[in-house]
Design a protein around this ligand. Structure first.
Ligand code: 3HC
Length: 262
């Protein structure tokens, strides 16, 4: 939407097509609401697809990695990208919980590796965290910061490579505190969500947000913690009721009404 040529890459053709169709759907929605400066077709024409990691990064200025949140997969990906991307390219990770310094150590250009953390749904969420790894230079961070501005979003620097950066360090306890209160019989899902939405003005309450982002995602964020998870969350993870994506979480999206505190 900001005018850049983009290569969308995934490991299989079917997954690439799923991603492409998501973009098509999203642009269709935005076009319907008159929020595009060009027609959706023109924007889509700038997106090409690939299943080859080597080819997809061979002529690029910026690589944004969003593979699963497992360090070994990140390292393997960054090591390959490092060998095939042009020397000047910045390599960015969309990780929400892994260390940028650890990821960068799989490359020979750790000074050009940076965190670039978007929020769900990225097309609508304004904020992007730009995180320094130990070796990231100011030049890399500043170029990345300017790029975020050039796509019409608001960047903030996270100056130390802390687990969870700023947003998740604050947001995960917000969801967990509410889950502790639920586990202790002190509140209900609907009451806690209504309180945060109507009293605090948050766009989503803590349970709605956990369902929206995936209960397993917030749960694994705490992998480095020695504190137990709230039982209400443990139970959802054990039963694989992981939120909207699995049809059921704190709310029921298949047989129930979905989010219903309004
Ligand atoms: N593209 C285009 N349209 C989209 C879309 C997308 N990707 N996603 C949703 N929409 C559409 C919906 O289909 C709906 O369309 P409709 O009106 O035709 O039915 C419409 O957008 C809803 O948008 P509205 O502007 O009317 O609604 P809101 O103003 O309520 O915005 C929201 C929706 C931006 C999702 C808002 O509820 C919100 O800000 N929620 C909080 C999200 C949040 O906190 N995300 C961060 C999660 S943490 C994270 O990502 C970190 C990770 O590392 C774990």
């Amino acid at each position: 939407m900001a005018g850049y040529e983009v290569v969308l890459r995934d490991i299989e053709e079917e997954l690439v097509q799923d991603g492409y169709e998501e973009i098509e759907w999203s642009l269709g929605k935005l076009e319907e609401k008159g929020r595009l400066d060009e027609d959706a077709e023109t924007i889509l024409d700038r997106v090409s697809t690939s299943v080859s990691l080597e080819e997809s990064v061979s002529d690029t200025d910026l690589v944004i990695e969003a593979v699963p949140e497992q360090l070994e997969i990140k390292e393997e990906t960054f090591s390959t990208v490092d060998k095939h991307a042009p020397d000047h390219a910045i390599l960015a990770s969309n990780t929400s919980s892994l260390s940028i310094s650890d990821i960068a150590s799989a490359t020979d250009r750790s000074e050009q590796v940076v965190g670039l953390h978007f929020f769900n749904p990225p097309v609508k969420m304004d904020l992007v965290e730009v995180t320094y790894g130990e070796a990231t230079t100011d030049e890399t961070a500043e170029l990345t910061y300017k790029w975020v501005e050039s796509v019409g979003k608001t960047p903030i620097y996270v100056r130390k490579d802390v687990h969870g950066f700023v947003v998740n360090t604050v947001l995960v306890p917000f969801m967990e505190e509410a889950a502790w209160m639920l586990s202790n019989g002190e509140t209900t899902v609907r009451e806690a969500d209504a309180t945060m939405v109507y009293e605090r003005g948050y766009p989503m309450g803590p349970f709605e947000l956990n369902d929206f982002g995936g209960i397993d995602i917030a749960y694994h964020f705490r992998d480095e913690s020695d504190q137990p998870a709230p039982p209400a969350i443990e139970e959802k993870v054990e039963n694989e009721d992981l939120g909207k994506k699995s049809g059921k979480g704190f709310y029921d999206y298949e047989d129930g009404n979905g989010v219903d505190y309004e």
